[in-house]
Design a protein around this ligand. Structure first.
Ligand code: CAA
Ligand code: NAP
Length: 246
């Protein structure tokens, strides 16, 4: 696979899956820009020291339209274009419908779904003008099948694929592809925060009987981002150990 000399932006780049994606795209030859939330600033120097290749980190709150536009505008001004955009930032606020508050709903919709629009829109026209683009939205198995306690998250993640499918139509004759990757349960801080009994019960229901690794998601991202993945668009690629086969 190859992403040689491509400019790649990964939101949530300092997170578990984001870091693996940054490393993999860098290994495939891309210049990688990881975006991070202001609250993660302390982690940046150590994180950058751990990266090989041509990687930098840029701050921005992807749940905020104005800050996302500023961040993406600065990246465009500095690098001239964005070839690969991976919308990976995300959060959970799990609770049942009985107890879910508007704040929990809004936080998850803003961070996981609206963010994809806020970050992609400022670079979309530039991708079309350059005749090349790969928009890759990191959704979830739970956007495909729902999950007890995740009305907000499942709605946001399902919405991401609606977004991908529409961008796929609009970019199809312009060299710009848009795809969704839907991971199953992956070993990161997000799943470590789950109740132990819930996590163990979910793992016992996964046909492969284990969670996935961030590198297994990064592998799918590299495939979609690859220079030769020219006819792949509008897809929702499951990487879930068989948890949801349909
Ligand atoms: N299935 C069936 N019933 C469940 C249940 C489940 N998974 N979880 C809770 N319940 C029941 C409880 O038994 C209880 O029933 P009663 O009222 O009859 O006693 C009722 O629901 C309420 O339980 P809680 O008080 O525990 O509810 P809560 O609102 O505090 O929390 C929850 C529920 C912790 C969110 C729980 O539903 C849960 O953990 N669900 C799984 C969430 C999940 O998978 N999160 C993934 C996070 S990682 C991620 O999201 C990455 C990714 O994309 C895969
Ligand atoms: P993670 O380690 O928590 O990474 C998420 C990253 O997003 C963190 O760096 C987080 O920063 C950042 N972020 C959150 N809100 C942000 C905001 N408003 N602006 C900018 N950055 C923000 O979790 P992960 O498991 O790697 O998840 C990455 C993506 O994969 C998420 O979209 C998640 O929904 C999806 N996913 C994960 C799994 C899984 O099982 N782990 C499965 C399916 C899909 P903070 O640390 O400051 O919050």
């Amino acid at each position: 696979m190859s992403c040689t000399n491509k400019i790649a932006v990964v939101t949530g780049g300092l997170g578990g899956i984001g870091t693996a994606i940054c490393r993999r795209l860098s290994a495939e030859g891309a210049k990688v820009i990881a975006t991070y939330h202001p609250s993660e600033a302390d982690k940046v120097p150590g994180w950058l020291a751990d990266q090989a290749g041509d990687t930098e980190a840029v701050v921005g709150d992807v749940a905020n339209a104005a800050d996302s536009a500023r961040m993406m505008g600065e990246i465009l001004a500095k690098h001239g274009r964005v070839d690969i955009l991976v919308n990976c930032a995300g959060i959970t606020r799990d609770t049942t419908m009985k107890k879910m508050t508007p704040e929990q709903w809004d936080a998850v919709i803003d961070t996981n779904l609206s963010s994809a629009f806020y970050v992609t829109q400022p670079v979309w026209n530039s991708m079309i003008e350059h005749g090349f683009g790969r928009v890759i939205n990191i959704s979830s198995v739970n956007g495909q099948r729902g999950q007890f306690g995740q009305a907000n998250y499942a709605a946001a993640k399902a919405g991401m694929h609606g977004f991908s499918m529409t961008l796929a139509y609009e970019g199809a004759t312009k060299g710009v592809t848009a795809n969704t990757i839907s991971p199953g349960y992956i070993e990161t801080a997000m799943t470590a925060a789950m109740r132990d009994d819930v996590r163990e019960s979910i793992i016992s229901g996964i046909p492969m009987r284990r969670m996935g690794t961030p590198e297994e998601i990064a592998h799918a991202v590299a495939f979609v981002a690859d220079d030769n993945s020219t006819y792949l668009t509008g897809a929702n690629i499951p990487v879930n150990g068989g948890l949801f086969i349909h």
